[in-house]
Design a protein around this ligand. Structure first.
Ligand SMILES: Nc1ncnc2c1ncn2[C@@H]1O[C@H](COP(=O)(O)OP(=O)(O)OP(=O)(O)O)[C@@H](O)[C@H]1O
Length: 317
């Protein structure tokens, strides 16, 4: 292991016949980091996670997880990683608590430790009151939270969560994201989340990696990625009355390339973030009411689509 990197991936490739599922991947992840694996279906996220857990053998390249080689030491690696697949199978006619006891037995957790451990995990994921209800009566959000408790039973150093919030309502999502954030921030666990729900990933991940057709086309913090694609590129504004818009004044501001109308939206191209307050002051001076302002290029939606369009989407995977 190099320094604080708990995961080191070098020149990792996985081929299935003529399909290259993972193409020369290089990635390091530090201990305690929450890392988002983003990409469309078939981008190679699951294949990467399976190789990290020693469940699939790389065609070439190397992987180290906490200093272990998952291909040569799969049993040791499985002891320190936890995996929550996108659909978790629990026994519906058993209670949440009973399901956890079942997993505890499978993981050979000593009996004398099981009661306290399971109680504390049920509390951590907010299922204390529902612990003795049958899982078939659980909502999807409750099942996902039980899934997190299940993964944490063996106290893994690294947690892989595959689409953890898929199908959850906003409240269920917020609860689960809080639990995941705590795992990284408070407990120092390294968490890898595979997801295509960009806003959620943006809210909780320290860094993200964008996968397209087996290739990691970009990795970094949201602001690093925004900078790499040229930072903020446009400001969108909805304001009225539109006739009052001081287009000459705005056009003469340094950094403004052009102004256009897209439906009822004013789009000021080439404008940097520092221009937004100046523009707002001008609009207010003209007694315009502002209903919407967005600095495009600085959120993960924009970044993702730029990399997806310009990066790997046209490359051969
Ligand atoms: N066992 C397999 N045999 C043959 N091809 C496979 C196998 N597993 C995955 N692939 C192929 O490898 C590529 C990457 O798949 P993978 O499941 O890793 O993508 P993903 O990013 O996880 O997608 P999803 O979001 O749909 O889970 C796809 O083209 C897929 O069809």
């Amino acid at each position: 292991m190099n320094g604080q990197n708990i995961i080191e991936i070098q020149n990792l490739t996985k081929r299935y016949g003529s399909i290259t599922a993972v193409d020369n991947l290089n990635l390091s992840i530090s201990k305690g980091e929450i890392f988002g694996l983003l990409g469309p279906n078939g981008a190679g996220k699951t294949t990467t996670i399976l190789m990290l857990m020693g469940l699939s053998e790389p065609t070439s390249g190397s992987i180290s997880v906490a200093g272990l080689n998952p291909t040569r030491e799969p049993i040791k690696v499985k002891r320190i990683v936890g995996y929550m697949p996108d659909s978790i199978g629990f026994y519906g006619d058993m209670t949440g608590r009973e399901n956890l006891y079942y997993t505890a037995k499978l993981n050979r957790i000593p009996e004398e430790r099981q009661d306290d451990l399971i109680d504390s995990l049920l509390a951590k994921v907010g299922l204390k009151d529902a612990a003795d209800r049958k899982v078939r009566e659980y909502s999807r959000g409750m099942r996902q939270r039980l899934g997190v408790a299940d993964v944490l039973l063996k106290d893994p150093e690294v947690v892989f969560l595959d689409e953890p919030t898929l199908g959850l309502d906003p409240e269920g999502t917020a609860e689960l994201l809080d639990i995941i954030t705590e795992l990284g921030k408070k407990e120092g666990k390294t968490v890898l989340i595979s997801s295509h729900l960009l806003h959620q990933v943006q809210a909780i991940c320290d860094r993200v990696g964008i996968f397209v057709k087996g290739k990691l086309v970009a990795a970094g913090t949201i602001s690093e990625l925004a900078q790499k694609i040229g930072g903020e590129r446009a400001i969108e504004i909805k304001a009225s009355p539109i006739e009052a818009f001081p287009s000459d004044v705005v056009r003469s501001m340094p950094g403004v390339n052009s102004i256009s109308m897209q439906n009822d939206m004013i789009v000021i191209d080439g404008a940097g973030q520092e221009l937004a307050p100046k523009i707002v002051r001008e609009l207010v001076a003209q007694n315009m009411d502002i209903y919407h302002l967005k600095i495009c290029g600085s959120d993960l939606d924009d970044i993702y689509h730029r990399y997806f369009q310009e990066g790997g989407a046209s490359s051969n995977g």
